[in-house]
Design a protein around this ligand. Sequence first.
Ligand code: PMP
Length: 422
Amino acid sequence: MTETMLERRARLLGPQMTTFYREPVHVVRGEGAYLWDKDGRRYLDCYNNVPHVGHCHPRVVEAIATQAATLNTHTRYVHDAILDYGEALTAKFGHRLESLVMVCSGSEANDVALRMAEAVTGKTGIIGTDNTYHGNTAAVSQLNSKKIPVGGYRDHVRQVPAPDNMAPIGGSQEGQAEAFARGVEAAIAELEESGHGVAAMILCPYFANEGFPTLERGFLDRAIEAVRKAGGIIIADEVQPGFGRIGSHWWGHDRLGFAPDIVTLGKPMANGHPVAAVVTRPEILGAFQEAFKYFNTFGGNPVSAAAAMAVLQVIEDEALVENARDVGAYTLSLLQEVQARHDVIADVRGAGLFLGAELWRDGAPATALCAEVVEDMRGRGVLLHSVGRRDNTLKVRPPCVFGRAEAETLAEVMDAALEAVT
Ligand code: PMP
């Protein structure tokens, strides 16, 4: 008997290697906001944030091909590409975030950020939320709330309750900022008591993996003040909201109105080429380099820098931040219309092209139903997925070239799927 593709995949990559969908999509080509499968069927991609400027954008492809045909080496030789890119990228930041370390994944970026925090504070305690993911290195895995590390969480990590729209911490939307700060203050007290002290609080400023609850500007102010008072620093993990996806700003921390000490970047940075970075103030980079002799063989190589530069240029030239704002607002309004027709949608939320529709039925989170909607929409040619503590929120996070026509298709298909499965 011949082995199926899924059997071959399980044999080689392991049976636990996840796939999306009961019948996974076997993709062979991408363009803009669309993917095609092996049978030539087209899917609207409402989920993938990595192809930020659109699948296979010709300018990114060209930049990679041209540089790959010219030179690719590590950064112990000197080359303009990483410097040109570093200047262009840091120009997008305020708060004296003027220096960078280039790496190859968001996980690595967060790993470096944690080590920077240790180097600059001389302490080891880390605060994250209780419903998050920041990556897969040994150190960063300690922050993952869904899979408990072997031997349990180490004593230097504290997870504080994350904000949530449908089950707000502290019992009300208005009370969430204070409740969050109280959680952070309690974590600080414990870390000080145990002798670790506070090195850093690491947060996604959009709380993306937490299900992106609606937060007012200044939400983190009190919590940040407490961390700083304890001598800790603030790491903003912009792997998901960064590069203008949220429409109103380039970065989630500017939308929320705080000044991070370190920002980590990844996924959308080079449209799928593995590029990530840590952006920080010069003195923090200096302390890090003094404490650890850090070198990253592939990080910031000329091809990676060229790919990342092309992405920045396309974001500007095609006005994709403005597109995220305008089309995002239109998409949100269409999702609100879908909500008006389906009681099962309890909450529609988000900013720019990062939106969600949370499903509840009979006073309980409709997690299984949410999975059915995801499957049904796949059958109708629209790809998205679910997110959140209860995994009952439909997550809409498409390439930022998503247009009004795509928004209309998404809403029509979501409407039809909800009609079919409820
Ligand atoms: N930070 C956040 C907030 C993430 O969502 C992820 C990946 N989903 C990472 C870091 C890790 O990035 P990578 O998979 O590139 O290591």
